[in-house]
Design a protein around this ligand. Sequence first.
Ligand code: NAP
Length: 484
Amino acid sequence: MIIVSITGPGMKDALEQIAVSSHFADMFELRLDMIQEPPLGMMMAATGKPIIATCRPHREGGEFRGTESERVDILHAAAELCAAYVDIEVNADAGIIRRLHGDGRRLILSYHHNGNGKLDIARMYRRMRSTHAHVLKLAYTAEDCADIQYAFEFLQLAKQDKQKAVAIAMGEFGEPTRILYKKFGGWATYASAGVGLSAAPGQIPAAELRGLYRSERISGRTKVFGVIGNPLKQSKGIYLHNPLFQKAQKDAVYCRFQVRDLNSFMERVAPVLNGFSVTIPHKQTIIKYLDRIDPTAKAIGAVNTVIRKAGTLYGTNTDAPGALDAIEKVVKVKGKSMLIAGAGGAARAIAFEARQRGATVCLTNRTESTGRKLATEFNVDFVSKTELLRAARTGVRYDIIVNATSVGMTPHVNASPLLKSILKKAIVFDAVYNPPMTKLLRDAKNAGAQIVQGTEMYFNQAALQFELYAGVKPGISTMRKILS
Ligand code: NAP
Protein backbone atom coordinates (compact mmCIF):
# COMPACT_ATOMS: atom_id res chain seq x y z
CA MET A 1 0.00 0.00 0.00
CA ILE A 2 1.30 3.41 -0.95
CA ILE A 3 0.46 6.22 1.44
CA VAL A 4 1.03 9.65 -0.07
CA SER A 5 1.93 12.38 2.40
CA ILE A 6 0.13 15.63 1.69
CA THR A 7 2.17 18.55 2.93
CA GLY A 8 0.62 21.71 1.51
CA PRO A 9 1.73 24.25 2.72
CA GLY A 10 -1.29 26.08 1.29
CA MET A 11 -4.74 24.57 1.10
CA LYS A 12 -4.65 24.90 -2.70
CA ASP A 13 -1.28 23.08 -2.77
CA ALA A 14 -2.69 20.27 -0.66
CA LEU A 15 -5.69 19.83 -2.94
CA GLU A 16 -3.41 19.82 -5.97
CA GLN A 17 -1.15 17.21 -4.36
CA ILE A 18 -4.16 15.00 -3.72
CA ALA A 19 -5.31 15.43 -7.33
CA VAL A 20 -1.94 14.67 -8.99
CA SER A 21 -1.17 11.62 -6.89
CA SER A 22 -4.66 10.15 -6.60
CA HIS A 23 -3.92 7.65 -9.32
CA PHE A 24 -0.91 6.26 -7.43
CA ALA A 25 -2.07 6.49 -3.81
CA ASP A 26 -3.92 3.84 -1.83
CA MET A 27 -4.25 6.15 1.13
CA PHE A 28 -3.38 9.76 1.99
CA GLU A 29 -1.62 11.05 5.05
CA LEU A 30 -2.64 14.62 5.80
CA ARG A 31 0.28 16.31 7.52
CA LEU A 32 -1.82 18.65 9.55
CA ASP A 33 1.33 20.11 11.10
CA MET A 34 2.58 21.20 7.65
CA ILE A 35 -0.64 22.33 5.97
CA GLN A 36 -1.56 25.85 7.01
CA GLU A 37 -5.03 26.22 8.54
CA PRO A 38 -6.51 23.26 6.78
CA PRO A 39 -10.29 23.17 6.39
CA LEU A 40 -10.18 19.47 7.14
CA GLY A 41 -13.58 18.53 5.80
CA MET A 42 -12.81 20.00 2.40
CA MET A 43 -9.56 18.08 2.14
CA MET A 44 -11.14 14.84 3.20
CA ALA A 45 -13.91 15.35 0.70
CA ALA A 46 -11.30 15.83 -2.05
CA THR A 47 -10.63 12.09 -2.16
CA GLY A 48 -12.56 8.92 -1.69
CA LYS A 49 -9.42 7.23 -0.41
CA PRO A 50 -8.80 6.55 3.28
CA ILE A 51 -7.07 9.29 5.24
CA ILE A 52 -4.46 9.20 7.99
CA ALA A 53 -4.41 12.29 10.19
CA THR A 54 -0.94 13.22 11.44
CA CYS A 55 0.02 16.31 13.36
CA ARG A 56 3.67 15.83 14.19
CA PRO A 57 5.06 18.06 16.98
CA HIS A 58 8.35 19.89 16.48
CA ARG A 59 10.13 17.71 19.07
CA GLU A 60 9.38 14.66 16.89
CA GLY A 61 10.65 16.25 13.68
CA GLY A 62 7.29 17.77 12.66
CA GLU A 63 6.20 21.39 12.33
CA PHE A 64 3.45 21.71 14.92
CA ARG A 65 4.42 24.21 17.62
CA GLY A 66 1.15 24.55 19.56
CA THR A 67 0.24 22.89 22.85
CA GLU A 68 -0.40 19.15 23.28
CA SER A 69 -4.04 19.77 23.98
CA GLU A 70 -4.41 21.80 20.74
CA ARG A 71 -2.74 18.98 18.88
CA VAL A 72 -5.02 16.35 20.34
CA ASP A 73 -8.05 18.50 19.46
CA ILE A 74 -6.90 18.64 15.84
CA LEU A 75 -6.45 14.86 15.71
CA HIS A 76 -9.83 14.36 17.39
CA ALA A 77 -11.51 16.62 14.87
CA ALA A 78 -9.96 14.64 12.05
CA ALA A 79 -11.11 11.39 13.60
CA GLU A 80 -14.64 12.77 13.95
CA LEU A 81 -14.53 13.65 10.25
CA CYS A 82 -13.85 10.00 9.51
CA ALA A 83 -10.09 9.82 9.18
CA ALA A 84 -9.41 6.11 8.83
CA TYR A 85 -6.35 6.35 11.06
CA VAL A 86 -4.85 8.77 13.54
CA ASP A 87 -1.07 8.82 13.92
CA ILE A 88 0.33 9.44 17.38
CA GLU A 89 3.87 9.10 18.69
CA VAL A 90 4.82 6.38 21.15
CA ASN A 91 6.50 9.11 23.21
CA ALA A 92 3.28 11.11 23.57
CA ASP A 93 1.62 11.15 26.98
CA ALA A 94 0.11 7.73 27.77
CA GLY A 95 -3.24 9.39 28.58
CA ILE A 96 -3.32 11.01 25.14
CA ILE A 97 -2.59 7.70 23.44
CA ARG A 98 -5.37 6.03 25.46
CA ARG A 99 -7.79 8.85 24.66
CA LEU A 100 -7.11 8.71 20.93
CA HIS A 101 -7.23 4.95 21.01
CA GLY A 102 -10.64 4.95 22.69
CA ASP A 103 -13.91 4.63 20.81
CA GLY A 104 -12.42 1.90 18.62
CA ARG A 105 -10.36 4.43 16.67
CA ARG A 106 -7.63 2.99 14.49
CA LEU A 107 -4.27 4.17 15.68
CA ILE A 108 -0.87 4.31 13.99
CA LEU A 109 1.67 4.40 16.77
CA SER A 110 4.90 5.90 15.52
CA TYR A 111 8.41 6.14 16.84
CA HIS A 112 10.90 8.58 15.33
CA HIS A 113 14.41 7.82 16.39
CA ASN A 114 16.33 11.08 16.52
CA GLY A 115 19.76 9.50 16.27
CA ASN A 116 20.60 9.93 19.95
CA GLY A 117 21.38 6.65 21.60
CA LYS A 118 21.30 3.15 20.26
CA LEU A 119 18.26 1.97 18.34
CA ASP A 120 17.23 -1.21 20.15
CA ILE A 121 14.77 -2.64 17.66
CA ALA A 122 13.50 -5.61 19.66
CA ARG A 123 12.93 -3.50 22.78
CA MET A 124 11.15 -0.71 20.92
CA TYR A 125 9.03 -3.20 19.00
CA ARG A 126 7.89 -4.86 22.26
CA ARG A 127 7.08 -1.49 23.82
CA MET A 128 5.03 -0.40 20.83
CA ARG A 129 3.30 -3.75 20.48
CA SER A 130 2.14 -3.61 24.10
CA THR A 131 -0.10 -0.63 23.24
CA HIS A 132 -2.25 -2.75 20.90
CA ALA A 133 -2.18 -0.03 18.25
CA HIS A 134 -3.38 -1.14 14.82
CA VAL A 135 -0.19 -0.18 13.05
CA LEU A 136 3.33 0.28 14.42
CA LYS A 137 5.52 2.72 12.54
CA LEU A 138 9.27 3.11 12.93
CA ALA A 139 11.24 5.94 11.29
CA TYR A 140 14.90 6.78 11.70
CA THR A 141 17.70 8.30 9.65
CA ALA A 142 20.11 5.90 7.97
CA GLU A 143 23.72 7.10 8.24
CA ASP A 144 24.87 4.36 5.89
CA CYS A 145 23.25 1.67 3.80
CA ALA A 146 23.81 -1.04 6.40
CA ASP A 147 21.35 0.79 8.70
CA ILE A 148 18.44 -0.32 6.50
CA GLN A 149 18.74 -3.65 8.25
CA TYR A 150 17.00 -2.15 11.34
CA ALA A 151 13.87 -1.55 9.29
CA PHE A 152 13.86 -5.09 7.94
CA GLU A 153 14.38 -6.46 11.46
CA PHE A 154 11.42 -4.45 12.78
CA LEU A 155 9.18 -5.66 9.96
CA GLN A 156 10.20 -9.24 10.50
CA LEU A 157 9.35 -9.09 14.22
CA ALA A 158 5.95 -7.67 13.29
CA LYS A 159 5.40 -10.33 10.66
CA GLN A 160 5.91 -13.10 13.21
CA ASP A 161 3.10 -11.56 15.31
CA LYS A 162 0.90 -10.77 12.27
CA GLN A 163 1.18 -7.14 13.42
CA LYS A 164 0.75 -4.39 10.80
CA ALA A 165 3.93 -2.37 10.66
CA VAL A 166 5.80 0.28 8.71
CA ALA A 167 9.55 0.79 8.97
CA ILE A 168 11.39 3.52 7.13
CA ALA A 169 15.02 4.52 7.07
CA MET A 170 15.04 8.19 6.05
CA GLY A 171 17.59 9.89 3.83
CA GLU A 172 19.27 8.68 0.65
CA PHE A 173 21.07 5.85 2.45
CA GLY A 174 17.67 4.46 3.49
CA GLU A 175 15.99 4.58 0.07
CA PRO A 176 15.64 0.76 -0.34
CA THR A 177 13.39 0.55 2.74
CA ARG A 178 10.80 2.69 0.94
CA ILE A 179 10.76 0.30 -2.02
CA LEU A 180 11.29 -3.15 -0.50
CA TYR A 181 8.84 -2.97 2.40
CA LYS A 182 6.65 -5.78 1.07
CA LYS A 183 9.62 -8.09 0.70
CA PHE A 184 9.81 -8.06 4.50
CA GLY A 185 6.09 -8.06 5.21
CA GLY A 186 5.59 -4.30 5.69
CA TRP A 187 2.03 -2.98 5.70
CA ALA A 188 2.71 0.18 3.68
CA THR A 189 5.24 2.73 2.50
CA TYR A 190 5.03 6.51 2.58
CA ALA A 191 5.59 8.42 -0.66
CA SER A 192 5.56 12.02 -1.77
CA ALA A 193 2.98 13.49 -4.14
CA GLY A 194 5.78 14.56 -6.48
CA VAL A 195 9.38 15.70 -6.77
CA GLY A 196 10.21 18.34 -4.14
CA LEU A 197 7.10 17.58 -2.06
CA SER A 198 8.61 15.19 0.47
CA ALA A 199 7.30 15.13 4.01
CA ALA A 200 10.51 13.40 5.11
CA PRO A 201 14.03 13.15 3.67
CA GLY A 202 14.33 10.47 1.01
CA GLN A 203 10.61 10.10 0.23
CA ILE A 204 10.14 8.83 -3.32
CA PRO A 205 7.32 10.20 -5.50
CA ALA A 206 4.37 7.78 -5.53
CA ALA A 207 4.41 7.70 -9.34
CA GLU A 208 7.99 6.39 -9.28
CA LEU A 209 7.27 3.77 -6.60
CA ARG A 210 4.43 2.39 -8.67
CA GLY A 211 5.66 3.03 -12.20
CA LEU A 212 9.39 2.42 -11.94
CA TYR A 213 9.78 0.04 -9.00
CA ARG A 214 6.33 -1.60 -9.12
CA SER A 215 6.71 -1.75 -5.35
CA GLU A 216 3.13 -2.94 -4.85
CA ARG A 217 4.00 -6.20 -6.67
CA ILE A 218 7.05 -6.98 -4.55
CA SER A 219 6.74 -10.02 -2.31
CA GLY A 220 9.00 -12.27 -0.26
CA ARG A 221 9.84 -14.11 -3.48
CA THR A 222 10.92 -11.02 -5.47
CA LYS A 223 14.59 -11.06 -6.39
CA VAL A 224 16.46 -7.97 -5.29
CA PHE A 225 19.22 -6.41 -7.37
CA GLY A 226 20.77 -2.99 -7.31
CA VAL A 227 23.80 -0.81 -7.61
CA ILE A 228 26.22 -0.17 -4.77
CA GLY A 229 28.43 2.91 -4.70
CA ASN A 230 28.77 6.36 -3.18
CA PRO A 231 27.53 8.79 -4.38
CA LEU A 232 24.80 7.31 -6.57
CA LYS A 233 22.82 10.32 -7.76
CA GLN A 234 24.42 10.10 -11.23
CA SER A 235 23.62 6.39 -11.63
CA LYS A 236 21.08 5.58 -14.34
CA GLY A 237 20.78 1.89 -13.44
CA ILE A 238 17.38 2.09 -11.74
CA TYR A 239 15.87 3.70 -14.85
CA LEU A 240 17.20 0.94 -17.07
CA HIS A 241 17.11 -2.34 -15.14
CA ASN A 242 13.62 -1.91 -13.64
CA PRO A 243 11.89 -1.40 -17.02
CA LEU A 244 14.00 -4.27 -18.41
CA PHE A 245 12.83 -6.60 -15.63
CA GLN A 246 9.27 -5.54 -16.33
CA LYS A 247 9.66 -6.16 -20.07
CA ALA A 248 11.22 -9.58 -19.41
CA GLN A 249 8.35 -10.35 -16.97
CA LYS A 250 10.75 -11.07 -14.14
CA ASP A 251 9.73 -10.82 -10.50
CA ALA A 252 12.74 -8.64 -9.67
CA VAL A 253 13.55 -5.10 -8.60
CA TYR A 254 16.67 -2.93 -8.87
CA CYS A 255 17.43 -0.33 -6.17
CA ARG A 256 20.18 2.12 -5.24
CA PHE A 257 22.23 0.97 -2.26
CA GLN A 258 24.38 3.93 -1.28
CA VAL A 259 27.25 2.37 0.62
CA ARG A 260 29.89 4.13 2.70
CA ASP A 261 31.25 1.21 4.69
CA LEU A 262 31.48 -1.82 2.41
CA ASN A 263 32.24 -4.19 5.27
CA SER A 264 28.96 -3.55 7.14
CA PHE A 265 27.01 -3.60 3.89
CA MET A 266 28.40 -7.01 2.95
CA GLU A 267 27.61 -8.34 6.41
CA ARG A 268 24.16 -6.85 6.97
CA VAL A 269 22.52 -6.16 3.61
CA ALA A 270 24.24 -8.12 0.85
CA PRO A 271 22.74 -11.44 2.07
CA VAL A 272 19.29 -10.36 0.84
CA LEU A 273 20.54 -9.40 -2.63
CA ASN A 274 20.61 -11.70 -5.64
CA GLY A 275 23.14 -9.58 -7.45
CA PHE A 276 24.44 -6.05 -7.77
CA SER A 277 26.35 -3.64 -9.94
CA VAL A 278 29.38 -2.05 -8.32
CA THR A 279 30.51 1.49 -8.95
CA ILE A 280 32.93 4.08 -7.54
CA PRO A 281 34.50 3.71 -4.97
CA HIS A 282 33.99 -0.02 -4.39
CA LYS A 283 35.06 -1.67 -7.66
CA GLN A 284 38.40 -2.81 -6.28
CA THR A 285 37.63 -3.24 -2.58
CA ILE A 286 34.66 -5.53 -3.30
CA ILE A 287 36.98 -8.30 -4.49
CA LYS A 288 37.97 -9.51 -1.04
CA TYR A 289 34.33 -10.22 -0.16
CA LEU A 290 33.68 -12.48 -3.14
CA ASP A 291 33.97 -16.25 -3.31
CA ARG A 292 35.05 -16.28 -6.95
CA ILE A 293 35.92 -13.80 -9.68
CA ASP A 294 36.47 -14.47 -13.35
CA PRO A 295 39.99 -14.30 -14.84
CA THR A 296 39.34 -10.99 -16.67
CA ALA A 297 38.14 -9.24 -13.51
CA LYS A 298 41.11 -10.72 -11.66
CA ALA A 299 43.60 -9.42 -14.22
CA ILE A 300 41.93 -6.00 -14.30
CA GLY A 301 41.74 -5.90 -10.52
CA ALA A 302 38.19 -4.51 -10.56
CA VAL A 303 34.69 -5.99 -10.43
CA ASN A 304 31.59 -4.12 -11.58
CA THR A 305 29.05 -6.96 -11.35
CA VAL A 306 28.33 -9.46 -8.58
CA ILE A 307 25.84 -12.29 -8.72
CA ARG A 308 24.81 -14.91 -6.22
CA LYS A 309 25.31 -18.37 -7.63
CA ALA A 310 24.30 -21.35 -5.49
CA GLY A 311 24.80 -19.30 -2.35
CA THR A 312 28.22 -17.96 -3.31
CA LEU A 313 29.17 -14.55 -4.61
CA TYR A 314 30.72 -14.39 -8.04
CA GLY A 315 32.27 -11.24 -9.51
CA THR A 316 32.93 -10.22 -13.07
CA ASN A 317 33.73 -7.10 -15.07
CA THR A 318 31.43 -6.09 -17.90
CA ASP A 319 33.11 -2.67 -18.41
CA ALA A 320 35.98 -4.28 -20.34
CA PRO A 321 33.96 -6.04 -23.06
CA GLY A 322 31.43 -3.18 -22.93
CA ALA A 323 34.02 -0.61 -23.98
CA LEU A 324 35.80 -2.74 -26.55
CA ASP A 325 32.57 -3.96 -28.16
CA ALA A 326 31.58 -0.28 -28.54
CA ILE A 327 34.90 0.60 -30.22
CA GLU A 328 34.88 -2.54 -32.37
CA LYS A 329 31.50 -1.60 -33.79
CA VAL A 330 33.50 1.04 -35.65
CA VAL A 331 36.92 -0.61 -36.06
CA LYS A 332 38.60 -3.88 -35.09
CA VAL A 333 41.38 -3.02 -32.65
CA LYS A 334 43.74 -5.87 -33.61
CA GLY A 335 47.03 -4.42 -34.88
CA LYS A 336 45.94 -0.83 -34.11
CA SER A 337 47.71 1.66 -31.83
CA MET A 338 45.60 2.88 -28.92
CA LEU A 339 46.30 5.78 -26.56
CA ILE A 340 44.35 5.60 -23.29
CA ALA A 341 44.14 8.62 -20.98
CA GLY A 342 43.60 7.57 -17.36
CA ALA A 343 44.81 5.02 -14.88
CA GLY A 344 41.68 4.33 -12.80
CA GLY A 345 39.16 1.48 -12.96
CA ALA A 346 37.89 2.25 -16.47
CA ALA A 347 41.42 2.65 -17.87
CA ARG A 348 42.45 -0.68 -16.35
CA ALA A 349 39.48 -2.48 -17.88
CA ILE A 350 39.89 -0.91 -21.31
CA ALA A 351 43.68 -1.35 -21.44
CA PHE A 352 43.44 -4.99 -20.43
CA GLU A 353 40.71 -5.89 -22.91
CA ALA A 354 42.30 -3.90 -25.75
CA ARG A 355 45.56 -5.82 -25.29
CA GLN A 356 43.67 -9.09 -25.18
CA ARG A 357 42.10 -8.19 -28.52
CA GLY A 358 45.46 -7.37 -30.08
CA ALA A 359 45.82 -3.58 -29.85
CA THR A 360 49.15 -1.90 -29.08
CA VAL A 361 48.26 0.15 -26.02
CA CYS A 362 50.01 3.12 -24.44
CA LEU A 363 48.84 5.07 -21.43
CA THR A 364 48.93 8.66 -20.31
CA ASN A 365 47.71 10.00 -16.98
CA ARG A 366 47.61 13.22 -14.96
CA THR A 367 49.48 11.60 -12.07
CA GLU A 368 52.50 10.17 -13.81
CA SER A 369 53.46 7.74 -11.05
CA THR A 370 50.02 6.05 -11.14
CA GLY A 371 50.08 5.89 -14.92
CA ARG A 372 53.60 4.46 -15.04
CA LYS A 373 52.71 1.87 -12.40
CA LEU A 374 49.76 0.65 -14.44
CA ALA A 375 51.80 0.68 -17.65
CA THR A 376 54.42 -1.53 -15.99
CA GLU A 377 51.76 -3.87 -14.59
CA PHE A 378 50.16 -4.33 -18.03
CA ASN A 379 53.51 -4.23 -19.86
CA VAL A 380 52.56 -1.29 -22.08
CA ASP A 381 54.22 2.09 -22.80
CA PHE A 382 53.60 5.24 -20.81
CA VAL A 383 53.55 8.66 -22.51
CA SER A 384 54.09 11.74 -20.35
CA LYS A 385 52.27 15.03 -20.99
CA THR A 386 55.46 16.54 -22.49
CA GLU A 387 55.95 13.57 -24.78
CA LEU A 388 52.34 13.82 -25.84
CA LEU A 389 52.76 17.53 -26.71
CA ARG A 390 55.84 16.68 -28.77
CA ALA A 391 53.98 13.85 -30.47
CA ALA A 392 51.17 16.22 -31.41
CA ARG A 393 53.69 18.72 -32.88
CA THR A 394 55.61 16.11 -34.83
CA GLY A 395 52.50 14.52 -36.26
CA VAL A 396 52.68 11.20 -34.37
CA ARG A 397 49.27 9.68 -34.47
CA TYR A 398 47.29 6.96 -32.75
CA ASP A 399 44.63 4.92 -34.56
CA ILE A 400 42.37 4.94 -31.51
CA ILE A 401 42.27 7.47 -28.66
CA VAL A 402 40.36 6.73 -25.47
CA ASN A 403 39.40 8.98 -22.60
CA ALA A 404 39.12 6.86 -19.47
CA THR A 405 39.43 9.80 -17.05
CA SER A 406 36.46 11.62 -15.55
CA VAL A 407 37.43 14.86 -17.33
CA GLY A 408 34.49 16.30 -19.25
CA MET A 409 31.87 14.80 -16.98
CA THR A 410 28.94 16.92 -15.78
CA PRO A 411 29.26 19.58 -14.40
CA HIS A 412 32.69 20.21 -16.01
CA VAL A 413 31.33 19.82 -19.50
CA ASN A 414 33.78 22.23 -21.14
CA ALA A 415 36.90 20.36 -20.08
CA SER A 416 38.82 17.95 -22.29
CA PRO A 417 41.71 15.71 -21.25
CA LEU A 418 43.50 15.83 -24.62
CA LEU A 419 44.74 18.37 -27.15
CA LYS A 420 42.68 18.80 -30.28
CA SER A 421 45.75 18.40 -32.53
CA ILE A 422 46.31 14.78 -31.50
CA LEU A 423 42.76 13.76 -32.36
CA LYS A 424 42.99 14.22 -36.12
CA LYS A 425 42.24 11.11 -38.18
CA ALA A 426 41.84 8.96 -35.07
CA ILE A 427 38.84 7.06 -33.79
CA VAL A 428 38.04 8.77 -30.50
CA PHE A 429 36.15 7.02 -27.71
CA ASP A 430 35.09 8.79 -24.52
CA ALA A 431 34.09 6.59 -21.56
CA VAL A 432 32.32 9.59 -20.01
CA TYR A 433 28.61 9.22 -20.77
CA ASN A 434 27.19 12.15 -18.91
CA PRO A 435 26.90 14.23 -21.08
CA PRO A 436 26.74 11.86 -24.05
CA MET A 437 28.49 14.43 -26.28
CA THR A 438 31.57 15.61 -24.39
CA LYS A 439 33.97 18.44 -25.24
CA LEU A 440 36.52 15.81 -26.31
CA LEU A 441 34.04 14.28 -28.75
CA ARG A 442 33.02 17.71 -30.08
CA ASP A 443 36.72 18.56 -30.63
CA ALA A 444 37.30 15.20 -32.29
CA LYS A 445 34.35 15.68 -34.61
CA ASN A 446 35.58 19.16 -35.55
CA ALA A 447 39.03 17.69 -36.23
CA GLY A 448 37.47 15.20 -38.63
CA ALA A 449 37.81 12.19 -36.34
CA GLN A 450 35.27 9.40 -35.99
CA ILE A 451 33.71 9.26 -32.53
CA VAL A 452 32.29 6.62 -30.20
CA GLN A 453 30.18 7.83 -27.28
CA GLY A 454 30.40 6.57 -23.70
CA THR A 455 26.71 5.72 -23.80
CA GLU A 456 27.57 2.85 -26.19
CA MET A 457 29.86 1.35 -23.55
CA TYR A 458 27.21 2.00 -20.92
CA PHE A 459 24.55 0.07 -22.85
CA ASN A 460 26.93 -2.81 -23.64
CA GLN A 461 28.09 -3.28 -20.06
CA ALA A 462 24.54 -2.92 -18.72
CA ALA A 463 23.22 -5.47 -21.24
CA LEU A 464 25.83 -8.00 -20.07
CA GLN A 465 24.90 -7.28 -16.45
CA PHE A 466 21.21 -7.70 -17.13
CA GLU A 467 21.87 -11.02 -18.84
CA LEU A 468 23.63 -12.19 -15.68
CA TYR A 469 20.74 -10.98 -13.51
CA ALA A 470 17.80 -12.13 -15.61
CA GLY A 471 19.14 -14.77 -17.97
CA VAL A 472 18.05 -12.84 -21.07
CA LYS A 473 20.07 -10.35 -23.08
CA PRO A 474 18.22 -7.12 -23.80
CA GLY A 475 18.47 -5.43 -27.17
CA ILE A 476 20.53 -2.26 -27.24
CA SER A 477 17.76 -0.47 -29.14
CA THR A 478 15.29 -1.38 -26.37
CA MET A 479 17.70 0.02 -23.79
CA ARG A 480 18.25 3.16 -25.81
CA LYS A 481 14.49 3.67 -26.06
CA ILE A 482 14.02 3.15 -22.32
CA LEU A 483 16.67 5.71 -21.37
CA SER A 484 15.62 8.26 -23.95
P1 NAP B 1 38.62 6.47 -11.31
O1 NAP B 1 39.04 5.09 -10.99
O2 NAP B 1 38.29 7.42 -10.20
O3 NAP B 1 39.79 7.14 -12.21
C1 NAP B 1 39.73 8.48 -12.58
C2 NAP B 1 40.82 8.80 -13.59
O4 NAP B 1 40.57 10.12 -14.07
C3 NAP B 1 42.24 8.79 -13.04
O5 NAP B 1 43.13 8.37 -14.03
C4 NAP B 1 42.47 10.28 -12.72
O6 NAP B 1 43.83 10.66 -12.79
C5 NAP B 1 41.74 10.93 -13.86
N1 NAP B 1 41.34 12.28 -13.54
C6 NAP B 1 40.39 12.67 -12.65
N2 NAP B 1 40.28 14.01 -12.65
C7 NAP B 1 41.18 14.47 -13.55
C8 NAP B 1 41.54 15.78 -14.00
N3 NAP B 1 40.94 16.86 -13.52
N4 NAP B 1 42.50 15.90 -14.95
C9 NAP B 1 43.09 14.80 -15.46
N5 NAP B 1 42.81 13.53 -15.07
C10 NAP B 1 41.86 13.38 -14.12
O7 NAP B 1 37.35 6.48 -12.26
P2 NAP B 1 36.91 5.36 -13.31
O8 NAP B 1 36.02 4.36 -12.68
O9 NAP B 1 38.11 4.88 -14.03
O10 NAP B 1 35.98 6.22 -14.29
C11 NAP B 1 36.55 7.14 -15.21
C12 NAP B 1 35.46 7.67 -16.12
O11 NAP B 1 34.92 6.59 -16.88
C13 NAP B 1 34.28 8.28 -15.37
O12 NAP B 1 33.85 9.43 -16.03
C14 NAP B 1 33.21 7.21 -15.46
O13 NAP B 1 31.89 7.75 -15.45
C15 NAP B 1 33.51 6.62 -16.81
N6 NAP B 1 32.98 5.24 -16.91
C16 NAP B 1 32.08 5.03 -17.90
C17 NAP B 1 31.53 3.78 -18.05
C18 NAP B 1 30.53 3.56 -19.15
O14 NAP B 1 29.79 2.58 -19.09
N7 NAP B 1 30.51 4.42 -20.16
C19 NAP B 1 31.89 2.73 -17.19
C20 NAP B 1 32.85 2.97 -16.20
C21 NAP B 1 33.38 4.26 -16.07
P3 NAP B 1 44.77 10.66 -11.48
O15 NAP B 1 45.39 9.28 -11.42
O16 NAP B 1 45.75 11.72 -11.79
O17 NAP B 1 43.91 10.98 -10.31
